[in-house]
Design a protein around this ligand. Structure first.
Ligand SMILES: C[S@@+](CC[C@H](N)C(=O)[O-])C[C@H]1O[C@@H](n2cnc3c(N)ncnc32)[C@H](O)[C@@H]1O
Length: 286
């Protein structure tokens, strides 16, 4: 069931957290002006050639990945519920001269507006911590299908719900079969950029906001793999690729992670091998 009331809490929570996250990142415009990209080979492989493609980056946050996608010659529209994130993304686009359109909206509202206007996209892309904020996975999949052209694809690369059943110290904590009820946190979105960087991930970490505590609650919905795949299939999309990866890229979202390849973080040796990310491609055939 769609919970717009909870999305509104999440909007405020993301507004506060985004300021804290961005305070730790140094000179992002300079990073892009020097040819930087925030994408990883995993999503680039799933996305394929983007030249001339219309691409919506769903839940784009501050637009770093959106601008990196635009750099690969896609015509990018980024959508996010957070006012702070979209304002940052628009400014970064201007400051870097990388063209992209950014829209502040709940994705569910955006799907309706786009479908009413009769617009359709080649690609819908969603990644790294996006799916967990969707209170109704079935309505999301139908919304995605409605804005894709025939032959268009939805591409997801996200944290695996199995990895998310563990607490930061790897204690099993959250049920795998819990999504519809949601998990409700009094202090919403945390400063995972600081937590990850303090574990030694980033060489360009700026101290920025210290000891951030989010004043707004947050609500997460950790849809499991069968719920995500079923939603896409029921929306009429054909699953083309499904992959699982034994590492996180870029972030050390748990304690004691091991960087076995550059910027690829594996669970500690005492843990069995686990799926940490998953990737999928599903196509609209008609
Ligand atoms: C972890 S971030 C995703 C990061 C993103 N993949 C990137 O490229 O930086 C999750 C984002 O989802 C957004 N969000 C949460 N609920 C949303 C909703 N109902 N509609 C649109 N955006 C939403 C948040 O504002 C936040 O920016």
């Amino acid at each position: 069931m769609l919970r717009k009331d909870m999305h509104e809490d999440n909007r405020q929570s993301w507004n506060s957290a985004t300021d804290a996250h961005n305070s730790h990142k140094i000179d992002q415009a300079g990073f892009f002006r020097n040819g930087g990209s925030t994408l990883y080979p995993e999503e680039i492989e799933l996305l394929g050639d983007l030249t001339g493609k219309s691409l919506v980056h769903l839940q784009c946050n501050s637009g770093q990945d959106s601008l990196s996608l635009a750099r690969l010659n896609a015509n990018v529209t980024g959508v996010d519920i957070s006012d702070t994130a979209i304002a940052f993304a628009q400014k970064l686009s201007t400051d870097t001269d990388i063209p992209a359109t950014f829209v502040r909206s709940d994705v569910y509202d955006w799907f309706e507006q786009v479908a009413q206007r009769g617009e359709q996209y080649d690609i819908a892309f969603s990644s790294y911590g996006a799916i967990v904020w969707l209170s109704d996975i079935g309505a999301w999949a139908k919304g995605v299908a409605s804005i894709l052209k025939p032959g268009g694809k939805v591409i997801v690369l996200d944290f695996h719900p199995i990895a998310m059943t563990f607490d930061w110290d790897w204690t099993p904590k959250f049920s795998y079969f819990r999504a519809a009820e949601g998990e409700h946190f009094a202090n919403g979105v945390g400063d995972y950029v600081a937590m990850s960087a303090k574990s030694g991930v980033s060489t360009t970490y700026n101290e920025g906001v210290k000891d951030f505590i989010n004043p707004h609650p947050g609500h997460e919905f950790s849809w499991n793999i069968s719920e995500i795949l079923t939603a896409l299939i029921e929306a009429g999309l054909n699953l083309k690729v499904f992959k699982e990866y034994p590492y996180f890229t870029g972030v050390m979202l748990r304690d004691e992670m091991r960087e076995l390849e550059p910027k690829h973080f594996y669970p500690p040796e005492r843990m069995p091998s686990l799926p940490m990310l998953y990737g999928l491609v599903a196509e609209k055939t008609k």
